[in-house]
Design a protein around this ligand. Structure first.
Ligand code: ATP
Length: 307
């Protein structure tokens, strides 16, 4: 029997909410008191180093792993007790589930489509992921990137309200990644909520409305990629060359510094560059410094979600 939870119903704009989530494997604490809110229709990325606890947290949200403690509601239901109707509303892109199958992509996508009440047309899905020309090939003959695209097709064929993508573009060539990003944006544009785990910071920046960084089982920061971990307020580094020497200053007013330099140099300012911390630099600082954790950023994020 499915239980519903009015406070986390997708009608209220929350696709998933997690409070005080904990999970250990023997002496290893994989998830250590996590709180999360994922808004309906947003692309939410979970970032973190290997072994940080991302997969454990996501598998609990998907209903594939039991938690030790905490409250979890996904599409208004506790995944531990969710039934078939709930599962039909969720899409999961596994890490290579069908590698080596003797079937064709079309056979597999048709088969998966049969599980869902309102699935996409299998041929249309294969077109969307760029596999039309391989739809009658043997799955075992697909390249790594092509079989990953098939995984994506299988994850979306049921028209899920909430789609989990676990490192979806590993093995994609750059063009396939761009194409995949467009597909994800299209799905999000149609209202699908997307939870993405990725090690590619550029992917998180390109796709995610918000990201959460997990380190050693704890969330150390969450927010929009542009503002994560105080990134927007971080000082810019302005550098140039003068009299054959590299010059550099850190400033909160890079425009004023550049204007001053323009009045000093008659023409081009040699080797001028203005650099703000990238998402990757911010991420590395967050996972390397446990003290970077700020309750402030978590509270601000919750506020962002409720406004
Ligand atoms: N079934 C399991 N039994 C025992 N320990 C496990 C199990 N699954 C995960 N762990 C441990 O729990 C911790 C978190 O693992 P998890 O797979 O959730 O991390 P992750 O962030 O997804 O890592 P990755 O980026 O490498 O996929 C790790 O220390 C891992 O070794």
């Amino acid at each position: 029997m499915e239980t519903t939870h009015s406070a986390s119903s997708p009608r209220d704009g929350i696709a998933a909410s997690v409070r005080g989530l904990r999970k250990s494997y023997g002496a290893t604490t994989a998830v250590d008191d996590i709180d999360l809110d994922i808004a309906a229709g947003e692309v939410f990325a979970l970032l973190g180093p290997n072994g940080a606890g991302k997969s454990t947290a996501v598998e609990i949200l998907e209903g594939f792993r039991r938690r030790d403690a905490g409250e979890v509601h996904v599409l208004g239901t506790d995944p531990e007790t969710a039934g078939r109707a709930w599962k039909a509303r969720i899409g999961i892109v596994w890490q290579r589930p069908v590698e080596g199958s003797p079937l064709t992509p079309l056979d597999l996508v048709r088969h998966f489509a049969g599980y869902y009440p309102e699935s996409w047309d299998p041929e249309e899905v294969l077109e969307l992921v760029g596999l039309s020309d391989k739809k009658r090939a043997r799955v075992r003959s697909l390249s790594g990137g092509q079989s990953r695209r098939l995984d994506v097709a299988l994850g979306i064929v049921g028209r899920p309200e909430l789609l989990f993508l676990d490192e979806p573009t590993t093995g994609f060539d750059p063009e396939a990644r761009r194409r995949f990003w467009t597909l994800i944006r299209d799905l999000a544009g149609e209202g699908t909520t997307i939870v993405l785990t990725t090690h590619y910071l550029d992917e998180a920046e390109a796709l995610a409305d918000r990201v959460a960084v997990i380190s050693k089982g704890r969330i150390v920061a969450q927010g929009a990629p542009a503002t994560l971990g105080g990134r927007a307020e971080a000082r810019a580094r302005v550098s140039w060359t003068a009299d054959g020497h590299h010059r550099e200053i850190r400033t909160e007013e890079p425009t004023r510094v550049v204007a001053d330099l323009m009045s000093t140099f008659p023409g081009e300012i040699p080797d001028l560059s203005v650099h703000r911390p990238t998402l990757e630099e911010t991420y590395l600082r967050l996972v390397e410094e446990p003290g970077a954790d700020t309750q402030e950023s978590l509270a601000a994020n919750r506020e962002e979600l409720t406004t």
